[in-house]
Write a protein that binds this ligand. Structure first.
Ligand SMILES: C[S@@+](CC[C@H](N)C(=O)[O-])C[C@H]1O[C@@H](n2cnc3c(N)ncnc32)[C@H](O)[C@@H]1O
Length: 253
């Protein structure tokens, strides 16, 4: 923990490059109240997530769902004053972040979730059907079972929250996904996503030539977006591994 805290304080997500000038704030996420003992639902979520990690490591990307601290930071820019907002969550998995988005939905809002993994889709449908926390939002929620990069870029979402493990993908796919997310976002809308602290630079320093080229390409795509549009970055220590959360806003043209 002490090492992670130090790394968060001193290092930008990719310490080989300067942090983008557009960042207005780098601060630590506030800490919610102390956790209670894990609920049966939480244990079920963790079991399913771990199974999917073993079976589909490449797309699942982590051993366990996001912590409540990371989830809360990712959902931070979902609230807004304007009526009938459209919200998209990409890669909801077992619904760790969804759980924090649902209470922020107002009556006229619409909420779409896009998830690649069928087991997660089945799980999410059950949550919105039966779980008392999720069920009130059922009528305004659509769960789309498909890769996000196949969504038509209609520019209609006011907030997008993504849990995709971008560092596992090819540079080309990351470019395609970031292009799709930008195309899905309404002018002035926010995109929030995370990456684990230090993973890309550490992997790059250990990798062979091909892997280094892949990570460099990912870094290139991320820096293009963050350098121009990131307005807030926060470091979440209470997650395994600790994570940077990036918040991006496309200007109104
Ligand atoms: C690191 S997990 C995050 C899960 C959850 N958001 C959380 O924070 O616990 C990544 C999720 O993205 C999904 N995913 C991966 N590639 C995807 C794609 N191209 N389109 C949609 N979902 C994808 C995975 O199936 C998985 O649910």
């Amino acid at each position: 923990m002490a090492f992670a805290r130090q790394a968060c304080r001193t290092l930008p997500p990719d310490w080989t490059r300067a942090p983008p000038a557009a960042i207005l704030a780098v601060r630590f996420a506030p800490t919610p109240p102390a956790s209670r003992s894990p609920s049966p639902q939480m244990l079920k979520d963790h079991r399913l997530f771990f199974r999917q990690f073993v079976e589909n490591f490449h797309t699942t990307g982590s051993l366990a769902p996001s912590s409540r601290w990371l989830a809360q930071a990712l959902a931070r820019y979902v609230p807004g004053e304007q009526p009938a907002r459209k919200i998209l969550e990409v890669g909801p998995g077992t619904g760790a972040v969804t759980r924090w988005i649902v209470p922020r939905l107002a009556a006229g809002d619409s909420f779409d979730l896009v998830e690649l993994n069928e087991s997660f889709v089945v799980h999410l449908r059950q949550l919105f059907e039966k779980d008392t926390h999720f069920a009130p939002a059922r009528a305004q929620t659509r769960i789309l079972h498909q890769p996000v990069e196949q969504l038509a870029p209609h520019g209609g979402y006011d907030a997008i929250v993504s849990g995709l493990p971008l560092n596992n993908f090819s540079g080309e796919l990351v470019g395609q996904i970031l292009g799709t997310l930008r195309g899905l976002l309404a002018p002035g809308g926010t995109l929030s996503f995370f990456e684990y602290v230090g993973v890309r630079p550490v992997k790059r320093s250990l990798a062979g030539r091909e892997e280094r080229a892949r990570l460099t390409a990912i870094g290139h795509h991320l820096h293009g977006l963050l350098g121009a549009h990131e307005f807030h970055r926060e470091c979440v220590l209470r997650n395994f591994p600790p994570a940077w959360v990036h918040h991006v806003r496309l200007s109104k043209s």
